[in-house]
Design a protein around this ligand. Sequence first.
Ligand code: UGA
Length: 435
Amino acid sequence: MKITIIGTGYVGLVSGVLFADLGNDVICVDNDNKKINLLKKGIVPIYEPGLEEILKKNIKSKRIKFTSNISEAIKLSKIIFIAVGTPTAKDGISADLKNVYKVAKDISKNINNYKIIVNKSTVPIGTGDEVEKIILRKNKKNKFDIISNPEFLREGEAIRDFKYPDRIVIGSNNLKKTKPILEKLYLPIINKGAKFLVVSRRSSELIKYASNAFLATKITFINEIANLCESTNTNVEDIAIGIGTDQRIGSRFLRAGPAFGGSCFPKDIRAIVKTANKFSVDLSIIKTVIKSNENRKKLITDKIIKILGSVRRKRIGFLGVTFKANTDDMRDSQFLKIYPKLLKRGALLSYYEPTGKKYEIKSSKIKFVSSIKQILENNDMIVIHTEWDEFRSINFSNFNIKKGTKIFDLRNLYKIKNISNKKIRYYSIGRPNYE
Ligand code: UGA
């Protein structure tokens, strides 16, 4: 099938490359010429393990093309995906939809024959209706359909998530015409076991926000239980298994950690609350999740201070600073909320990050180092902030670690009994200190 994807950000690029890999002819459009030129050369501008190889393969077989000519790209395909960013607006809460509406206008000017316009961007309920209105200003109703098809990819796991999703959600108000076409497009994935769920367009828009809100709630729940574990000498991992094996609860997304971050959960839960407010509905649970998650970053920072007594002139080295492993994304990373207080209290901070130095860290006082060794051997405290594989099996005895060095493992990668190095004092999340 011939597909045009507008926007080569995370969702657009991953979908474009993988739709091409399924045998479709894909045109990816972006107004960022620099990005398009890199992509034409087979260079992926985001960090996503394995994506570049698949991109190169599909450029070679001419199944994927990149352009900044949006008019031509719209005219050439019957299926047009909108996959542009919907960041938080200036009010700090709602989703900013100007990119989506701009694309809708571009589409409206270039409809030459029937198009299925599929929205993959995360958008509030009713955005599909607005896009339809914009396109109707210049086109007849029978010339197009607007579909909602939210994306559930995780950064760092995007290839697997695209190929083997639990479900594909399609929201359409004209199922008769659009369902067979989208079913055909997704057939290779449906055949591998994904559920194909067809709902109204508005319901589909809400499914995306409700999914992210629920997962964020699940993480917040286990993080609060971890706090209780720390005060009661119980183990949050046992609790997670103990509750997660009940299939009504489910075991995934029950890893306690340093609060959730990233470009999606924080932004989307704020936006769903804003939408609900618009309809005078109080999403009190989600509001509490937002509060609890913010509070958690303070709590972790205070625990670092408590473990060290005072952080003045103490050296603290972070292993990883992104919001999770397998990404170079710093958006809403917990670290960005943790470091300012430590700096203010006089701590001497450094970090090692597998994906390199981060310009998002505003202070020049925080030193970037290029090896784990420099973090292990030069600090009073080592904070394991993300769960990269390379942090999981460090043989601490192989390093010249200072006596009394403290490790604060925010991802529970180790067990105290497995750290034979007697110079280290080990702390983790929601576990008794002897485990
Ligand atoms: C999330 C969703 O998982 C995807 O389904 C969704 O498509 C995506 O947002 C989006 O809306 O685009 P992502 O932000 O890439 O994906 O990251 P996650 O793997 O979900 O992790 C989010 C945060 O929660 C991270 O800070 C992570 O460390 C934390 N987390 C996750 C936990 O603390 N515990 C867990 O058990 C799982």
